[in-house]
Design a protein around this ligand. Sequence first.
Ligand code: FES
Length: 68
Amino acid sequence: MYICICKGIRESDVQELGKAGVTCPKKLASALELDDKKNCCGRCIKNISKFVALAEEQSSCLQSSILG
Ligand code: FES
């Protein structure tokens, strides 16, 4: 499912970043090029907390599967 029309970002893209440990807002925005004001409407950078939550969900899933 697409969560950003401007950049064509899918939910799975953010989840993959979360699995790779990218969960901080600045790093997520940079990795997804949301900090690039060209070709962005600005909606996603305003809602970066939703991206963080999605990434953290995957990060904690990975941690619990490693720790058992
Ligand atoms: S919909 Fe994501 S920046 Fe526009």
